[in-house]
Design a protein around this ligand. Structure first.
Ligand code: FES
Length: 55
């Protein structure tokens, strides 16, 4: 996945920002939400965040 790719359209959060949050220690969707704001509006990107956590 390209780091510049937008994962969360609602908050404009990129794959890179989520990757950085994971590298900084986020291990759950909730922690990603706290760190980046991604997944806190419509929730449509939560599945994709979950997938990134699993990889
Ligand atoms: S696309 Fe992420 S909360 Fe809506």
């Amino acid at each position: 996945m390209d780091r510049d790719e937008i994962v969360c359209n609602c908050m404009g959060v990129t794959a890179g920002e989520i990757q950085d949050a994971i590298e900084a220690g986020a291990r759950t969707v909730e922690e990603i939400q706290e760190a980046t704001g991604a997944g806190t509006v419509c929730g449509g990107c939560v599945g994709e965040i979950q997938q990134m956590l699993e990889e």
